[in-house]
Design a protein around this ligand. Structure first.
Ligand code: ZN
Length: 242
């Protein structure tokens, strides 16, 4: 095989490896970020429960004050009752007392409902906060592990990058630039295999005559559709055809 093609294949392997390292690092960071977000969401939900519970407690205090006023009102009307003359006045006072009693009853029922809601909200907030505390502890450990893993990956990447630095200048003039452009434009794959006359980069057919040239491997060939550098691997194709 043409030496230049071998070098390009080698370079592509190295760049794929580097891309793989980057992907691994990205995945680790994304996983941590997703878990941090999960905790933040739960904390927000817990805070909302606390807020709602505090608002209901305020409502309860208001209701209590209202009931107190109503009781004072009832006492006042009961006192007045002793001094009235007509049955009409008597009826009117009775109605006021009844209304106040009803108001107290309704308010007390409402206060019980609020109390149940407050209890549930507080239980939920407690649960969420406990969960967050546990998850945070775990996450701290995970972050330490992930940081170590990222460091290891970065070290491996550095080694591979230095290998790249050694072979890249060996290419023919202009070749590295062309290769780098392709790598960027074609999502990290600039040098691809051809199988059964098909470019494995874009999966379009290569004209038969060009495929023969790729097969011989004497000179550089570019895919007419995606412009990637093409090469041919003898043994794998045989395995495929078998
Ligand atoms: Zn192609």
């Amino acid at each position: 095989m043409n030496e230049e093609i071998s070098k390009l294949i080698n370079l592509q392997e190295i760049d794929s490896e580097i891309a793989g390292f980057d992907q691994e690092i990205k995945a680790k960071r994304q996983e941590i970020a997703a878990r941090e977000q999960g905790i933040a969401d739960k904390e927000e939900e817990a805070a909302k429960c606390r807020e709602k519970s505090a608002a209901l407690e305020q409502e309860q205090r208001d209701i209590k004050a209202e009931c107190e006023d109503a009781r004072v009102h009832i006492k006042d009307r009961q006192n007045k009752m002793m001094h009235i003359q007509t049955s009409r006045e008597h009826q009117a006072l009775l109605k006021e007392i009844e209304d106040s009693k009803r108001l107290i009853k309704e308010s007390e029922d409402q206060a019980i409902l609020y109390m149940e809601q407050i209890e549930q909200l507080q239980i939920k907030a407690d649960e969420l906060e406990n969960l967050c505390a546990g998850e945070k502890k775990l996450l701290t450990e995970e972050i330490t592990k992930a940081e170590k893993a990222v460091k290891r990956i970065a070290n491996r990447k550095k080694k591979v990058e230095s290998e790249r630095g050694k072979i890249a200048p060996d290419l023919l003039p202009g070749m590295l630039h062309r290769y780098d452009m392709l790598l960027k434009k074609r999502n990290g794959s600039a040098v691809v295999e051809t199988r059964n006359g098909i470019c494995q980069g874009c999966f379009m057919a290569i004209p038969p005559q060009q495929f023969n040239e790729v097969r011989k491997g004497d000179k550089l060939n570019y895919c007419p559709t995606c412009q990637r550098v093409l090469y041919f691997k003898e043994e794998e194709t045989e395995a495929c055809d078998a």
